[in-house]
Design a protein around this ligand. Structure first.
Ligand code: CTP
Length: 403
């Protein structure tokens, strides 16, 4: 999505600079050309050699380097880019930018251009919360600078709070959103609900019934939905996955909580039910940890969970326009999927064979069949991200045709 885009990456002097190496790889992987400027302090954290190797471009570090100036003057450097990305944007760099200071190559480059600028701040939490930084941030925003992050979490300095630089994936998503045109966002204006992951059904306070779902496919669908412009809500069972940037995540544990969370998000235009919902829950779950007694565990009484897909697909007034279910099968994939299309009352079923030999459950790829009233399409074995994108593009086509 970033083919032909030229990005000038200005690397500030903070420990988060190490993430820039991944950021460069991700940008290049999407077709962008990257040139980099390192501040003096940044050179303490990443080497110009590492940055040059990954950008496959000369790295600029010094305002007064004669060779650099004769090859590409600092004024030209920023003007030949489509976007300037400052990552990490340290408190010092932000202060310089907000005040128009220009005392090194990075700050001079930033001042000498009207090319749009995106910053990914990273600093200690106290520095981030300092009134001076807040003033600078407000000034930068009003100058039209796009701000990504920072995130909350543990910091390299041992403290906790806001100040961690956003992950490379989030920065790339913001860069893609900046370059996205109307045609790249066919789902703009639509709300999409996605369920993902397993559910956990408690047996007692420390034990639960679960399944092998990793949530990857649902998360990939939510990421694709957001990327194509939809307001996207992901109702997620317990997973270890990082939520896709820009997606609203509602975390739940049980099937009943997942249903409640889905209903709370209605109305929406599209519902995609990719979660591996537990079919049963323990009716007589214990409020205390069950202790070992002589011999076997006294019987667990299982009762059926609500069917979220079926419930939402049968709503009278608030049914989403397009309801997509999944069918994870280990035999008779298409026959079972067709049956589910009818019994669940959904518009499409994405069916796949999850027999252990396929490696789909928990693996990086998926081979699915799209089953609709019109017929069956067999999709090739693709990375789950590609399946998500292809599915959401089909959703966008369907909405456009129906409009
Ligand atoms: N589903 C749901 N709520 C449930 C069970 C399933 O919303 N309680 C949804 C899943 O998210 C999926 C579809 O129904 O989109 C089919 O799930 P699957 O587990 O394949 O089917 P089941 O209905 O559970 O049928 P079975 O286990 O008998 O194959």
């Amino acid at each position: 999505m970033l083919g032909n885009k030229r990005i000038l990456l200005i690397i500030g002097g903070g420990i988060a600079a190490y993430k820039d190496l991944i950021l460069i790889r991700r940008l290049r992987g999407r077709g962008a050309a990257v040139q980099a400027v390192l501040t003096k302090a940044a050179e303490q954290f990443v080497t110009p050699l590492a940055v040059a190797s990954l950008t496959e471009n000369k790295v600029y570090t010094d305002l007064f380097n004669l060779t650099d100036e004769s090859e590409m003057g600092h004024i030209q450097l920023s003007r030949s880019a489509d976007l300037l990305v400052v990552a990490p944007a340290t408190a010092d760099l932000m202060a310089k930018m907000a005040n128009g200071q220009a005392d090194d190559l990075a700050s001079t480059t930033l001042l000498a251009t009207d090319t749009p600028v995106l910053i990914a701040p990273a600093m200690n939490v106290r520095m981030w919360e300092h009134p001076a930084t807040k003033r600078n941030l407000a000034a930068l925003r009003s100058d039209g600078v796009i701000v990504v992050g920072p995130e909350q979490g543990d910091m390299a300095c041992g403290e906790y709070g806001y100040g961690r630089m956003s992950e490379p994936e989030a920065i790339v998503a913001a860069i893609e959103a900046f370059f996205a045109t109307e045609a790249d966002r066919p789902l703009a204006g639509y709300k999409v609900l996605v369920t993902a992951g397993p559910t956990h059904e408690p047996i007692d306070p420390v034990r639960y019934i679960a399944n092998r779902s990793s949530g990857q496919q649902g998360y990939a669908i939510a990421a694709a939905s957001q990327r194509l412009g939809a307001e996207t809500v992901l109702i997620s069972g317990p997973t270890t996955l990082v939520p896709p940037p820009g997606v609203t995540v509602r975390r739940i544990e049980t099937a009943q909580q997942m249903l409640d969370a889905c209903e709370a998000e209605l109305p929406c235009d599209v519902g995609i039910f990719a979660a591996a919902v537990a079919d049963w829950r323990v009716d007589n779950a214990s409020s205390q940890k069950i202790k070992k007694q002589n011999g076997a565990l006294p019987g667990l009484q299982l009762v059926e969970n609500p069917d979220i897909l079926r419930t939402i697909a049968h709503l009278q007034n608030r049914r989403p326009r397009l309801v997509v279910g999944f069918a994870a099968e280990t035999q008779d994939v298409i026959t079972n999927a067709r049956r589910k299309l009818e019994t669940k009352g959904c518009d499409w079923i994405v069916a796949n064979d999850v027999s252990p030999a396929t490696g789909i459950m928990g693996g990086p790829n998926n081979a699915v069949h799209l089953v609709t009233a019109q017929g069956v399409e067999d999709w090739p074995d693709l990375p789950k991200g590609e399946v998500g994108l292809r599915l959401m593009q089909r959703v966008a086509d369907a909405l456009r045709t129906a409009a």
